[in-house]
Write a protein that binds this ligand. Structure first.
Ligand code: 5AD
Ligand code: SF4
Length: 444
């Protein structure tokens, strides 16, 4: 495709880190053909929406935003509007979008985003509308340029898709089956990042603990972690997400023994009730989950544990919900993503009886958030008076005179300092714990 001059693009991303990473690739492809990024829709020649469909409100936001583009397209008929991501993989969605928002130029799904430059070329040279969605996943495409948001920390996807079919979740339908990247490709990408000055990487996958299945080489996730730990110049490694049914002792021991692996595990519990876990098709019970927590706390006392929880799953009784509440109290999570159950078309849970009324869901949600927040606040208090290692990420969000960074176990720390420290590891003495962050000062 020919180079373009002075043309700008705008990308909006909804959803998880996986989508963020896909957007960094879409951005990388656009930069490679000469476009520059803008944060203002009004000055863009291309507007791209990368969508999420995990919950209904994520979809509603996309409709609202697409509606607002009508006026922009009227004022500038050359504007190219593209829409992609998980929502487009749902049956009938692309046609629905084209019917309601006929001014959309390009529609593609999660499996063919590497073809975006080709679609754009067709729209621009032939003046056609392009809609292409692949039903099935393709081979992993390597070598797509990535335009990363940060110059200090980076996401590296190690596997795509999910085989678990939790009954509430659309991800396996829109992201396809599990495929692992070859370890050499992962190492190559990380080494290139280190050469560019990156200090921290987060390995991404829907279920990182089943990494390696189907590869020629005999490798599992723990072995991959140990190999990555050998990469010189890299400071910190994190990963997400771990499915409790697949988290092995080997992985826990790798975190304990490898200096670059940060003491942090994201271990979604979803519910504390055995009855609900079964209906969710999670393949573990409360006892198994709590035994993992015990093991992690015994082996790695500094480890922060975070989670995802859904309230109001079909059939959830007050008693089932209380099981979730007391599990949260018992674990004392360092942070949690809490969700109200959202009915998703074509998933088994959508067809289940006894859907929980909205007011009950909201009331339980508020009670859950209270319990989680109390745990987080207590967890932060423990850090008062301690000195912790912080990777400096940039200026603080709310106070330009301060810097912000994270501890190895993921806690947010604010402290005075100048921009020359950005990207460095510093020791910070914590003077005060705030509810959701720590305040301190650099010590030698
Ligand atoms: N409703 C509410 N939350 C959901 N999640 C996935 N599907 C749904 C749904 N239908 C949550 C799960 C998952 C996280 C990424 O999103 O907690 O771990
Ligand atoms: Fe969805 Fe379950 Fe797969 Fe996570 S493990 S992506 S919740 S199906």
């Amino acid at each position: 495709m020919s180079e373009v001059k002075n043309l700008k693009y705008y990308i909006e991303t909804w959803g998880c880190q996986m989508n963020e990473e896909d957007s960094e690739k879409l951005s990388g492809m656009l930069k490679r053909i000469g476009y520059t990024k803008t944060e203002a829709k009004e000055e863009a020649s291309i507007i791209l929406f990368n969508t999420c469909c995990v919950r209904e409100n994520a979809e509603n936001k996309v409709y609202g935003n697409l509606g607002l583009l009508k006026k922009l397209k009227k004022n500038n008929p050359d504007l190219v509007i593209g829409i992609c991501g998980c929502m487009m993989q749902q049956k009938g969605m692309a046609d629905k979008i084209l019917k309601e928002f006929p001014y959309v130029d390009i529609i593609f799904g999660t499996h063919n985003s590497y073809k975006f430059p080709e679609y754009l070329n067709r729209v621009k040279t032939e003046g056609v509308q392009v809609k292409e969605i692949f039903d099935k996943e393709t081979e992993i495409i390597e070598g797509i340029p990535v335009d990363r948001e940060s110059s200090i920390k980076a996401f590296v996807t190690i596997m795509y898709g999910c085989n678990n079919f939790c009954t509430y979740c659309v991800v396996p339908y829109v992201r396809g089956r599990e495929r692992s990247r070859r370890p050499e490709e992962i190492e190559k990408e990380i080494k290139e990042l280190v050469a560019q000055g990156y200090k921290e990487i987060t390995l991404l996958g829907q279920n990182v603990n089943s990494y390696g299945k189907g590869l020629e080489e005999e490798i599992d996730f723990a072995k991959l972690l140990r190999r990555i730990n050998e990469i010189e110049g890299l400071e910190r490694v994190r990963f997400m997400t771990s499915h409790p049914k697949d988290l092995t002792e080997d992985v826990i021991m790798a975190i304990k023994e490898c200096d670059k692996l940060c003491e942090q595990i994201h271990l979604p519990v979803q519910s504390g009730s055995d009855e609900i876990l079964k209906k969710m098709n999670r393949h573990y019970d409360r006892e198994k989950y709590m035994s993992l927590i015990k093991k992690i706390k015994e082996e790695i006392p500094e480890c922060s544990i975070t989670t995802d929880i859904i309230v109001g799953f079909p059939g959830e009784t007050e008693e089932n919900f209380l099981d979730t509440l007391n599990l949260c109290k018992e674990v004392g999570y360092d942070s949690a993503f809490t969700f109200i159950y959202s009915r998703r078309n074509h998933t088994p849970a959508d067809r289940m009886e006894n859907q929980v009324p909205d007011d009950v869901k909201h009331e339980r949600f508020n009670r859950l958030v209270d319990v989680i927040n109390k745990g987080v606040i207590n967890g932060n208090k423990v850090y008062e008076g301690r000195t912790v290692e912080v990777l400096v990420e940039g200026p603080s969000k709310n106070d330009e005179t301060k810097l912000m960074g994270r501890t190895r176990n993921g806690r947010l720390v604010n402290f005075p300092g100048d921009s020359s420290m950005i990207g460095k590891l510093v020791n910070v003495h914590i003077n005060r714990a705030q509810p959701f962050s720590l305040l301190g000062e650099i010590v030698e």
